[in-house]
Design a protein around this ligand. Structure first.
Ligand SMILES: Cc1cc2nc3c(=O)[nH]c(=O)nc-3n(C[C@H](O)[C@H](O)[C@H](O)COP(=O)(O)OP(=O)(O)OC[C@H]3O[C@@H](n4cnc5c(N)ncnc54)[C@H](O)[C@@H]3O)c2cc1C
Length: 318
């Protein structure tokens, strides 16, 4: 069976959930083989095994932590040459996409980014589903040259366990480490809430919250649900909430299991960042608001009346 290379995303000894999603997806096409860079593979191995990795290629050189994308792209290119995999899967994060682009150049292969699904075509080769033009169009595309490389959006598939050996297999790099070197790190200030792009639930607020103070109700609901907080551009431009939480075309792209749009009209630029969410709930006082065209569930009402009732209900169930 052909091998499918999956680049592991991990930080501080923890495997990111998207890695398990990619391993689950890889099983549709062949035998998943995880590529692990830097230290920590022993700690990460049980998780990779649980979701079906047959093998974990470990390039344990500690210098991977000191360089940005170049050595990882070089390592993947080396493995593509040596192992001739049928497919390479990376997470569609900023870093993942940069690695994928470099790998595509190095191996003369085609690359598909921001895929929201990947299924075998009639000849078994992977066909990616992408949501483009701000989500107005769904396209299906296939790589026709080299080894298919696909950057999948996080949360595109649910991880499903299927235990396998995840045998650790050391790999040494042919090339020296080169390219841009990391000279310092600043840890972004983060509270207890999950990361916006990785959260299973995102609660987003819009101009309907009326101001920074009114936006507090969005944070309350997010905390009650263990969710990340998002915001529309109207909110971030007005300075009611920091820009890094903006969801949309010029903000973050999210695809959680549950997205709650509260006091958000649903402009095309906002939709571009959230419409691949699995379930969308909208609360808006205007029954004609475009967000309702997209929502799976909608409540027409004043958010300052609806959200407190929702908070009461959640509190009763805890
Ligand atoms: C190039 C470009 C890029 C852009 N990128 C982004 C982007 O990345 N992300 C983004 O979000 N926008 C983006 N925008 C802006 C976008 O076009 C919209 O202006 C913006 O999304 C509107 O934000 P909003 O829905 O919060 O505000 P509005 O459109 O003003 O909607 C507010 C909504 O709240 C409702 N409301 C008001 N009061 C209440 C209440 N008490 N209870 C319930 N509902 C209430 C109203 O009925 C209304 O539907 C971009 C625009 C351009 C031109």
């Amino acid at each position: 069976m052909a091998e499918i290379l999956v680049l592991a995303e991990h930080a501080d000894g923890e495997v990111k959930k998207v890695t398990y999603e990619l391993i689950t997806l890889a099983r549709r096409f062949g035998e998943p083989a995880v590529v692990w860079t830097g230290p920590g593979a022993e700690e990460g191995q049980p998780g990779c095994a649980e979701f079906g990795a047959a093998r974990v290629y470990v390039a344990g050189d500690t210098r991977f932590d000191d360089y940005v994308v170049t050595p990882t792209a070089e390592l993947l290119a080396q493995l593509v040459r040596e192992k001739a995999p049928a497919l390479v899967l990376v997470a569609g994060t900023a870093e993942g996409k940069e690695i994928a682009a470099r790998l595509a150049i190095k191996t003369g292969s085609g690359l598909l980014t921001d895929a929201v699904d990947l299924t075998p075509g009639p000849d078994g080769s992977p066909v990616a589903e992408q949501s483009i033009f701000g989500g107005a169009t769904i396209v299906h595309s296939r790589v026709t040259r080299g080894t298919p490389i696909v950057a999948m959006r996080p949360h595109a598939v649910a991880p499903e366990p299927a235990p396998a050996a995840a045998e650790l297999s050391p790999v040494s790099m042919e090339e020296n480490f080169a390219g841009a070197k990391i000279t310092g790190r600043v840890v972004a200030e983060r509270g207890e809430r999950p990361d916006l792009t990785e959260a299973t639930i995102v609660v987003s607020g819009g101009r309907g919250t009326g101001g920074a103070e009114g936006f507090g109700i969005i944070e309350q609901l997010a905390d009650a649900l263990g969710a990340a907080v998002g915001a529309s551009r109207a909110v971030t431009d007005a300075g009611w909430y920091p820009h890094q939480f903006q969801v949309g075309q010029t903000g973050k792209t999210v695809s959680p299991q549950l997205y709650m749009a509260i006091g958000i009209s649903g402009a095309i630029q906002h939709r571009a960042g959230m419409q691949t969410s699995k379930t969308i709930v909208a609360i808006n006082k205007d029954p004609e608001a475009p967000i309702f065209e997209l929502a799976d569930f909608g409540v027409v009402g004043d958010l300052f009346k609806v959200v407190p009732q929702l908070l009461d209900e959640i509190a009763k169930r805890k």
